[in-house]
Design a protein around this ligand. Structure first.
Ligand code: UDX
Length: 424
């Protein structure tokens, strides 16, 4: 059997490590470089510094093909396709911060025969600008569509693989396409700018779907409809589809907030006012705050009230708290004078500083003891499996605001709770 092409991965954060581990699983030697030596040392010992189902097993099981290093030279000597997986956080203006991408390009220097394969989410136009400035390197856009919590599955069973290349890099693009040859899913071969836009537009569209259903939820509350029923009825239309119509207390995470804002700014920089995205962002911000009103409806003033947040992570099965609704709620509740306690199966410790003065509980029971109300922020499975009748005994006021419409409302009411969902 022909030897599989070795690849380089630059930046071993969540995207980089998932990419490295999956390509190693597909039989490639992967030279993965990060500038943080502690991280490289830990990974070389098989320690995975993040919570992603299946990732530790893949890293452990493919140790002989995964080479973690701080040395760019080692990567350049061994691989010519270099997957750029550094992060592109938002700047204060909402534009993407490309300094880490620029540092990677600078590290490549005058090397010939290498291609950057861009996995990081970058503004449309980034690839062409890099090619103009560094004509010696090839450039392929290959955006990632990995969801936290199901990243390995998303990589191994993609809906589509998008590969963008312009003249001069088609040979590299063919080699990138070959890396995915054993995986299912449609192939989208296109130019670099369009590939960059596919990524931003996909995330912006999904965020739009969420803000849309959240507005339908808010109106349904006023008009007596149940948003879950509405979403079910809408989702059966093939043209709409059932996914991303789950109303709740807003989207968070490392991608949606940043990418929606980046696309809005990108449009703005060309003189185009992307009105729809402005509304999507605003609806999401307001949605996070509506919970306060639901608590006040039952408790009046929140001054001195003990409020529990169940879940800190921006969604279940991850320890990621970036742009998590819990952070906004914790701050807003404390602003209203409430004492906030939080419980999350994995994410609270990492968020300690961001949660301000909130108390971190070690168990759900501890978090609910004497509480005047609880908000379900993250739909961790364990919250659905709780013995809620026993929890009721622990609480001072049996009030639940179910921010994800995740719990069985009617049985909670039967068990003596006041229950507030979203849009029902
Ligand atoms: C997202 C994209 O889905 C992925 O393709 C991209 O590459 C990275 O960003 P991720 O951030 O892991 O992935 O989370 P996702 O599962 O998409 O959820 C994002 C947020 O939207 C979460 O806060 C989630 O709670 C919220 N959401 C999702 C809803 O509020 N309602 C829904 O119906 C779906």
């Amino acid at each position: 059997m022909a030897e599989k092409e070795p690849i380089g991965v630059i930046g071993v954060g969540w995207v980089g490590l998932c990419t490295a581990a999956c390509f190693a699983e597909l039989g490639h030697h992967v030279y993965a470089r990060d500038i943080v030596s502690e991280r490289v040392d830990a990974l070389s010992r098989g320690q995975v510094p993040m919570h992603e189902p299946g990732l530790s097993e893949l890293v452990g099981g493919n140790a002989e093909r995964l080479h973690f290093t701080t040395d760019m030279g080692e990567v350049l000597d061994n691989a010519s396709l270099l997957f750029c997986c550094v992060d592109t956080p938002p700047t204060y203006s909402g534009d993407a911060d490309l300094s880490r991408v620029e540092a990677v390009i600078a590290d490549l220097g005058a090397s010939e025969g290498h291609a950057i394969v861009m996995k990081s989410t970058v503004p449309v136009g980034t690839g062409r600008s890099i090619v103009r400035r560094f004509p010696n390197v090839g450039y392929v856009s290959n955006p990632e569509f990995l969801k936290e919590g199901s990243a390995i599955k998303d990589f191994m069973s993609p809906d589509r693989v998008v590969i963008g290349a312009d003249d001069g890099s088609q040979g590299f693009a063919d080699r990138v396409e070959a890396l995915y040859s054993t995986l299912d899913g449609a192939r989208v071969r296109t130019d670099v700018a369009s590939a960059e836009m596919v990524k931003l537009a996909s995330n912006a569209f999904l965020a739009t779907k969420i803000s849309f259903i959240n507005e339908i939820a808010n109106v349904s509350e006023e008009l007596g409809a149940d948003v879950s029923e509405v979403a079910r009825g809408m989702g059966l239309d093939d043209r709409i589809g059932p996914k991303f119509l789950q109303a709740g207390i807003g989207y968070g995470g490392s991608c949606f907030p940043k990418d929606v804002s980046a696309l809005k700014q990108l449009a703005g920089n060309t003189g185009y006012h992307f009105q729809l995205l402005t509304a999507v962002i605003e609806v999401n911000e307001l949605q996070k705050r509506r919970t306060i009103g639901k608590l006040q409806k039952h408790l009046g003033s929140l001054v001195g009230k003990e409020i529990t947040l169940l879940g800190v992570a921006f969604k279940p099965d991850t320890d990621d708290v970036r742009e998590a609704t819990s952070l906004v709620l914790s701050a807003r509740l404390q602003g209203e004078g409430a004492n906030v306690r939080v419980y999350d199966p994995v994410a609270s410790e990492g968020a300690r500083e961001m949660l301000g003065g909130a108390t971190i509980a070690d168990s759900v029971e501890e978090a609910l003891d004497g509480a005047d109300g609880a908000v379900l922020v993250t739909e961790w499975a364990e919250f659905a499996e709780l013995d809620w009748s026993a929890m009721r005994e622990r609480m001072n006021v049996p009030l639940i605001v179910d921010g994800r419409n995740f719990l069985d409302g009617p049985s909670l009411v039967e068990a003596g709770f006041s229950y507030e969902g979203i849009g029902r």
